[in-house]
Design a binder for this molecule. Structure first.
Ligand code: ZN
Length: 212
């Protein structure tokens, strides 16, 4: 058996907690080390494999406790417990299997790009709509750069959103590929504007030429 199974089978949560210096009262309650516990909110009977805190909801088995308490990975926690409790284990058994980080498929990447493009463009669209409303020029001499940007880009952005909503998969793909990194520029621009609302730098208008 690997270290995880050995430890899980043979060591209770209570045992590792006592080892960590946690004191239990007669009702098997102790102060939870994971939150500011004024009363004793954690109940762990001597035979309990698991602990649970009624105060903060923290719970788990011996390995979870040691991992959390000493800030160790599950594997290191299990090995530490095994060492302290003199548990022999077969180190050639690899368990639990590490979660496999799968490479994203091209389909997944594309789907995510579509979602992101739609989100960013629709944020931008709403911002432009607002600009169009709020910065309508009172005279031809004073045209606000934001109004100009809105008038210039709204039809384009609206059309792009239409494609993303109603277009064929092929059209959507083409749009996402065309926009490419431009989407990040727009996202940055929108976020920047929302952050310093009112103190926008009008010279930034050019960055929107990334929208084709
Ligand atoms: Zn707690």
């Amino acid at each position: 058996m690997g270290v995880f199974d050995e430890v899980k089978e043979r060591v209770t949560a209570r045992a590792v907690m006592e080892r960590a210096g946690i004191v239990f009262n007669r009702s098997n309650m102790c102060r939870c080390p994971f939150h500011q516990d004024k009363t004793a909110s954690m109940k762990v009977k001597p035979t309990d494999k698991k602990y649970f805190c009624f105060g903060c909801g923290e719970k788990g088995d011996a390995i979870d406790f040691v991992g959390r308490y000493y800030n160790l990975s599950p594997k290191d926690a299990a090995m530490q417990i095994a060492d302290e409790f003199g548990i022999a284990y077969d180190s050639s058994v690899r368990s639990p299997p590490k979660p496999v980080r799968r490479e994203k498929s091209p389909m997944q990447i594309l789907a995510e790009a579509k979602t992101k493009t739609y989100r960013v463009l629709s944020d931008y669209f709403h911002l432009l709509k607002k600009w169009e409303r709020n910065f309508k020029p009172k005279s031809m001499d004073e045209i606000d750069a934001r109004y100009e940007e809105a008038v210039q880009n709204l039809p384009k952005v609206e059309c792009q959103l239409d494609i993303l909503l109603w277009g064929t998969e092929e059209e959507k793909e083409m749009l996402v590929r065309d926009l490419g990194k431009g989407v990040e520029d727009i996202e940055r621009r929108v976020n920047e504007y929302l952050r310093n609302q009112g103190t926008v730098n009008h010279n930034r208008q050019r960055s929107c030429e990334a929208v084709h």
